[in-house]
Write a protein that binds this ligand. Structure first.
Ligand code: HQG
Length: 181
């Protein structure tokens, strides 16, 4: 796969595993959102653009992604985070005292008023460092980094889930737990 093809296939695989599997007849495990690598491959090769794709190409896409969006375990594959479709079950965990969320200036005042909402996804996305949060927040406008006081949030009943690779997920984060970084 060329670089361009790799990025393009990666977007298609992410769409399938996070957002619209049923549109392609793909059934994801309701617990962890995974499916068999073979089943994903069948769906991919049934589209004219990707009819030549091999399991090797899929592995290349998964390995080549710096954000580790996707994960292969034995003969199964899943998106690690970002789902709008299936509500994945993650084990609850105790995050560092401070986590980051990247957003943009256009929605800052709303967020400081009503807190962080999961919007179109199943969870609010947070990270242990500023890198992942900066990537997320810069996509839509002027980057704003927020810190989340996870201890206070925990006291207020928020549960945190570890999605791996320093990414944490949660439900609604109340405004009193947020500060502009
Ligand atoms: C904002 C991508 C108004 C929130 C990214 C964000 C990340 C509010 C947007 C991952 C709000 C939702 C997740 C409120 C939050 N009012 N806006 N109360 N609360 N928002 O894409 O965190 O490259 O669903 O700040 O890089 O941006 O696809 O979430 O701006 O890692 O792997 O509403 O997805 O990763 O946007 O992104 P999203 P996100 P990938």
């Amino acid at each position: 796969l060329s670089n361009t093809a790799e990025v393009s296939l990666s977007k298609f695989m992410t769409k399938l595993l996070r957002h619209t599997p049923e549109q392609y007849g793909l059934i994801l495990d309701p617990e962890d959102g995974s499916c068999r690598l073979d089943d994903l491959l069948s769906v991919i090769v049934s589209t004219p653009r990707w009819s030549e794709v091999t399991v090797g190409d899929i592995r290349q896409v998964v390995a080549g992604c710096d954000k580790q969006r996707l994960e292969i375990i034995d003969d199964r594959i899943k998106a690690r985070y970002g789902h709008s479709h299936t509500k994945i079950t993650y084990g609850p965990g105790t995050p560092p005292a401070i986590l980051f969320h990247g957003t943009h200036s256009g929605v800052l005042s709303v967020i400081l008023e009503e807190g962080l909402q999961s919007m179109e996804r199943q969870y609010v996305h947070l990270s242990e460092g500023t890198h992942f949060a900066s990537l997320a927040g810069s996509r839509r406008g002027k980057l704003i980094l927020l810190t989340v006081d996870t201890i206070r949030a925990g006291q207020m009943g928020v549960t945190f889930y570890n999605a791996g690779n320093k990414v944490w997920l949660a439900g609604h984060i109340p405004p009193s737990c947020l500060k502009v970084y």
